[in-house]
Design a protein around this ligand. Structure first.
Ligand SMILES: Nc1ncnc2c1ncn2[C@@H]1O[C@H](COP(=O)(O)OP(=O)(O)OP(=O)(O)O)[C@@H](O)[C@H]1O
Ligand SMILES: [Mg+2]
Length: 463
């Protein structure tokens, strides 16, 4: 029953050095011992955490954990991770790529999304697996090649022998500056649009044609803004670690993807610290999270719930994105139990664009563990979550009175009790700022409150 409580996501807040790492270590170790598939995303990268990982795996007899540090150039250390391996439609891949662009949805993002989706769909239709690298190359080249290949496929299946003449009939006279390649494509497009019966038209080609007919200028503006995103995800060491090439014999690192990781109940530690740039680190984190979200969705649709996937995201303010929010909200249905650790609420608000958005995310976490927190906004959030209670107060008065001036002593006495109750915060915010390291208040399963201290799991070597 206790485990069931954590279905709705667990949030750990605490200022720096308050013990978030100790807490995560404690919970993560239990998950490994329990036999869950475990994914730990660590934007800061901590040796201590990785060691704790290894130790827990050893105790649980689960071999060495997988280690993914995408910024590392070594071709022997750690693993490569194919972030576009799990997909069923081009739309999912587009969502994954766009997940690295922080901020609200806007027209640009929607257009860029549909552009990536079209390219991915076209590649899938042609039997090519879209990787970040191949997608970026294709978008850079333009839709023409893919479109040509797709229509040629249709020509092979459906065209009459005189299809070329039929198509040219609909074409305006060839211009002088029109090269053979362009003319050939125009003929193909004309055949597809004018000769091929519409019931044989496909969505994929239709979408490609939309881009083909789209204003070249506008299209190049969109791709010009998309290119830096792809460049970020495919340059330097990321080229090999995120879009792995199985035929590259010089790279000894095994290739994993989300599906095989979960099916083998793998234990994966992702160290984003080795990436030189925090923006790239957050982009890679976002990609992994949206990959997991897509896979969780797939598992949910297939009705698979045999593996419990424990996801831990330290310093979540650095990598939180829409997919992670979705995982927090409904990941449990796909078997994903999410724990996120943040330092302060304003950090999260900064990443998400507004305090309102941050509050919405926090409000969706069913469980809260509050370590020491110093800033007002976080304290307010915590005290609000814990709620209020009646604090009773009893005033007792006793009085005696002796009167002697009439020569006859007279006594009076009285006793009164006054009981009042005021509604106060269960945990006054000033106490939150004074919690010693690794001590916490927790509100679990939406109302079960407790105060506790995390046991520090100590390395045998450290002593
Ligand atoms: N295995 C351990 N043995 C002994 N002390 C530890 C252990 N792990 C952490 N500590 C101590 O506990 C305290 C909290 O460290 P922790 O790494 O949990 O901080 P944190 O909340 O994650 O902070 P930050 O935001 O800087 O990452 C530190 O003083 C640290 O030295
Ligand atoms: Mg930490």
């Amino acid at each position: 029953r206790a485990l069931k409580n954590f279905e709705g996501g667990l949030l750990i807040v605490g200022t720096t050095q308050a013990g978030k790492g100790v807490m995560l270590n404690f919970i993560m170790t239990q998950a490994i011992l329990r036999g869950d598939a475990v994914i730990f995303i660590d934007p800061k990268g901590s040796d201590r955490m990785y060691k704790a990982f290894c130790r827990a795996c050893e105790k649980a007899d689960r071999g060495k954990p997988l280690r993914f540090h995408p910024g590392n150039r070594s071709k022997t250390d750690g693993i490569r991770f194919d972030v576009t391996a799990v997909f069923s439609t081009g739309a999912q891949i587009a969502t994954r790529v766009m997940s690295v662009v922080p901020g609200e949805d806007n027209v640009f993002k929607q257009f860029a999304w549909s552009c990536i989706k079209t390219f991915a769909d076209a590649m899938i239709e042609l039997g090519e697996k879209p990787s970040l690298k191949s997608l970026s190359q294709n978008i850079n080249k333009g839709i023409e090649d893919l479109l040509r290949a797709l229509i040629l496929q249709a020509v092979k299946q459906h065209a009459d022998t005189d299809w070329r003449e039929q198509a040219e009939y609909f074409l305006p006279a060839r211009r002088e500056n029109c090269t053979d390649a362009i003319h050939e494509l125009n003929v193909l497009v004309s055949w597809y649009e004018n000769v091929l019966p519409t019931y044989l038209h496909t969505m994929v080609v239709g979408e490609c044609l939309k881009i083909f007919h789209h204003s070249k200028e506008h299209y190049s503006k969109i791709t010009a803004t998309l290119m830096p995103i792809f460049a970020m995800l495919t340059s330097g060491p990321l080229e090999e670690s995120l879009s792995p090439d199985p035929s590259d014999a010089s790279d000894k690192r095994p290739i994993w993807d989300m599906e095989s990781l979960v099916k083998c109940k793998g234990v994966l530690y992702v160290n984003l610290d080795s990436l030189s740039d925090s923006m790239i680190a957050s982009a890679v984190g976002s990609m992994l999270l949206s990959d997991l979200t897509a896979y969780a969705g797939k598992r949910y649709n297939l009705g698979l719930n045999d593996v419990r996937i424990s996801l831990y995201v330290d310093e979540a303010s650095n990598v939180i994105n829409q997919p992670l929010i979705e995982l927090l909200n409904k990941g449990a249905e796909g078997g994903v139990y999410t724990t996120i650790a943040i330092q302060t609420v304003p950090d999260l608000a900064h990443r998400l664009g507004s305090v309102h958005a941050a509050r919405m995310v926090l409000g969706n976490c069913n469980n809260l563990i509050a370590l020491r927190c110093k800033d007002r906004e976080t304290q307010d959030f915590v005290t609000e979550t814990f709620g209020k209670t009646y604090i009773h107060n009893v005033d007792t008065t006793l009085s005696t009175h002796a009167d002697t001036h009439l020569g006859m002593p007279s006594f009076k006495g009285g006793a009164s009790h006054k009981r009042t109750a005021v509604r106060e915060e269960i945990i006054p915010s000033e106490y939150l700022g004074k919690l010693p390291n690794a001590q916490f208040f927790a509100s679990l399963g939406g109302g079960h409150l407790m105060k506790g201290r995390v046991p520090v799991i100590i390395d045998d070597e450290e002593n």
